[in-house]
Design a protein. Sequence first.
Length: 317
Amino acid sequence: MNEDKPVLLSGIKPTGEIHIGNYFGAIKQFVELLNDDSRQGFVFIADYHALNFIQDASEMKRLTRDLARAYIACGLDPEKVVLFKQSDVSAHTELAWIFDTITTMPYLMRAHAFKDAEAKNKEIVVGTFNYPMLMAADILLYDASVVPVGQDQKQHIEYARDTAEKFNRIFGETFRLPEPHILSDVAVVPGTDGRKMSKSYGNTIPLFASREQLADCVMGIVTDSGNDRPENVYAIHRLIKTEEELAPVYEEHKGKYKALKEALIDDLDAFIAPMRDRFESLTNDTEIDEILEKGAQVARSHSEHKMDTVRRAIGVR
Ligand code: AMP
Ligand code: TRP
């Protein structure tokens, strides 16, 4: 661990198939930012966050390994970036508990995720309610300064900042305040129905989809008749091509939705193919597990160091 390099950290929950919203909203940014050697990167699999949703051991194992494969297929180099799973580093849950003790219920009740769940009249588990504190621990343990996430995670970064400030105020300067990093032009990737692409809406385009699957998804994109340009098709097209590249295509096929969708299928397939090939070649589970264990060792050594300071600050050591 190089103490001088700013730390970039991010995580994704292993709760389902990775889709192009995750790629353009989050993973692509980690990969680009981490190619810059001036930063130290920590990227993890938020399996304890996912436990709120995935309560089946074999499913958890499969989704976790698939997320590790996805990170690597998208260009993360585990030799350069610390790639690990959250549950391998017990400091995350320990620090989350410490944060729980300085956080009030009304403050957590203002979280969007909690309010959404409440609005749906769901019986909310304590893990969902506390979610922002575990996420604050994920970030603050590594003194992360840059946290690339999608727009929907911005509030969680604010919770991490507030929590760091509150802890520092009570126990003395301990944590560094993180900044979110959100790419504004792809902040929200639309799904095939025009709403935000999300597993829960069933409107996703899987990142490692075969050409046939891609064709099915794209042909299912909702189009508003009467417009020369099908906006939901164009919005996805814009993720992989520039306006200048698309202008002649959309001019030539003005109003012809089927032809425009076919052009999108070709472009998406070409864009995805190298990542899909890499994802499919990573079939050795032992190798994936070893990569994650190696990352966990580095993450544990860094976080233990931080926890030592924290335990002293609160007076348990
Ligand atoms: P999730 O799958 O909801 O856990 O999200 C994993 C990461 O992908 C987070 O950083 C999200 O902000 C990002 N993400 C998920 N869906 C989208 C979307 N439709 N547009 C942009 N970013 C997204
Ligand atoms: N809450 C994030 C999501 O749903 C995942 C996550 C957990 C995360 N811990 C994190 C992201 C720490 C960035 C930093 O996408």
